[in-house]
Design a protein around this ligand. Structure first.
Ligand code: KG4
Ligand code: ZN
Length: 380
């Protein structure tokens, strides 16, 4: 079965072509073949604004979507406009930015009708989880616990089997990716904040205003500052309190009152302070995520795998801390899975593979004439 996956929920326009066997054999993951994977990111546009502007994102998707799909055909060595090889189309229809989702979804609907292909409507968080089945030498086994950590979501999901999702923890306010992005803004680091904070934490401070990177002689100290771990429900998160605590700490370091405009604070910090604050923030975020995941594992001891998903799963500190934490001998020792780095951010391959496993589970394709987008929705 060959699936074209289309993704445009935020600021990446992406398409990929995936081939999988008619009947999946979990012992033989190499039978899943990614024939192409094209991602056009709008990051360079939004760097100038320090964040995504939804209307601009939608317009950029509109310009990029057909060229990206054509490129995916070309990279797969498929003749242009030869749709005979494609068995199904999959698209992200929820959740995400309204205008962005519309572009991908309307394109997919039109192509499905025009070329008479089944259309799979895929939930974005499901795709992020299924990115862990792409180009892996061994695969997660069920039941599993997935920690979904992106710019819009922070959730712990229990999966009894394929296509079964039970949200057992969620954030009460900000997502963890959003808190990285806000931290970066306060520190004067560029958008997107996650990679910039990580880089600053190892002593590579890139200033958004000048785009200059200052290399320090030593990395940031993760113990330089201490931030509270917010008290939410047992498996829930709250990152807005961390953001406020971070802001108060920076105000204190800069010796300014709390009424001081946060946009000006970056001018009062030196590069070593930026590195120390980045490292301390990153350490706190990693500790909070792993603490909650450990709690989830204690409450669901039948889990066989721990799966990380979403943009924040690219974080190197999180990766090494998770592997160290969950590989210690004992009852909480569990195999840990991360998407290959190129699949941790938004891409079309994860949409195609999520649809592939829907097809394997006999989930019926959707009606291309009536498929709607939903800016918000829970995973299902
Ligand atoms: O999954 P994603 O690409 O888009 C959404 O579905 O939201 O996630 C984007 C988020 C952004 O908040 C970005 O700052 C964060 O992922 N991110 C990171 C890293 N790379 C991306 N956060 C921490 N460390 C990283 N290395
Ligand atoms: Zn995403």
């Amino acid at each position: 079965m060959i699936i074209l996956g289309i993704e445009s929920s935020c600021d990446e326009t992406a398409a990929a072509i995936l081939e999988g066997p008619a009947h999946f054999d979990s012992q033989n993951p190499s039978e899943l073949k990614l024939l192409s994977n094209v991602v056009v990111s709008q990051i360079d546009i939004f760097k100038a604004y320090g964040g995504v502007i939804p209307e601009v994102a939608a317009r950029s998707h509109l310009e990029a979507i057909m060229p990206v799909i054509h490129q995916a055909f070309q990279d797969a060595d498929f003749p242009p406009d030869d749709w005979s090889k494609i068995d199904a189309i999959a698209v992200t229809h929820t959740p995400g930015l309204l205008g962005s989702l519309l572009v991908g979804t309307l394109t997919a609907r039109t192509l499905a009708i025009l070329h008479q292909k089944p259309l799979y409507a895929v939930h974005h968080l499901k795709s992020h989880i299924y990115a862990n089945w792409l180009e892996q030498s061994s695969l997660p086994t069920f039941p599993l616990l997935a920690l979904v950590i992106s710019g819009g979501h922070t959730q712990i999901i229990y999966m009894r089997e394929h296509n079964h999702f039970e949200i057992i923890g969620t954030t009460h306010d900000d997502a963890v990716g959003e808190s990285f992005d806000k931290t970066a803004k306060i520190l004067g680091l560029p958008y997107p904040g996650g990679p910039a904070v990580s880089k600053a934490a190892i002593g590579q401070v890139q200033l958004a205003e000048t785009n200059e990177t200052i290399t320090l002689s030593q990395p940031g100290d993760p113990n330089a500052y201490h931030f509270p771990h917010p008290q939410a429900g047992e498996l829930d998160f709250s990152f807005s309190g961390l953001k406020t605590a971070f802001l108060r700490t920076v105000q204190k370091i800069c010796n300014v009152p709390i009424s001081h405009p946060s946009a000006d604070l970056k001018n009062l910090l030196n590069p070593q302070q930026i590195a120390d604050l980045s490292a301390s923030f990153e350490q706190t975020a990693v500790d909070i995520l792993l603490e909650k995941l450990q709690k989830a594992l204690e409450l669901h001891p039948d889990a066989q795998s721990l799966v990380f998903a979403g943009g924040v799963s690219a974080n190197q500190k999180l990766r090494s801390a998770a592997i160290a934490h969950f590989s210690q001998p004992g009852p909480l020792s569990q195999p840990v899975f991360f998407p290959a780095p190129r699949f941790s951010g938004d891409n079309g391959a994860m949409v195609a593979i999520a649809a592939y496993f829907e097809a394997q589970s006999q989930v019926q394709p959707t009606d291309p004439y009536s498929l709607n987008i939903m800016p918000r929705s829970v995973i299902r």
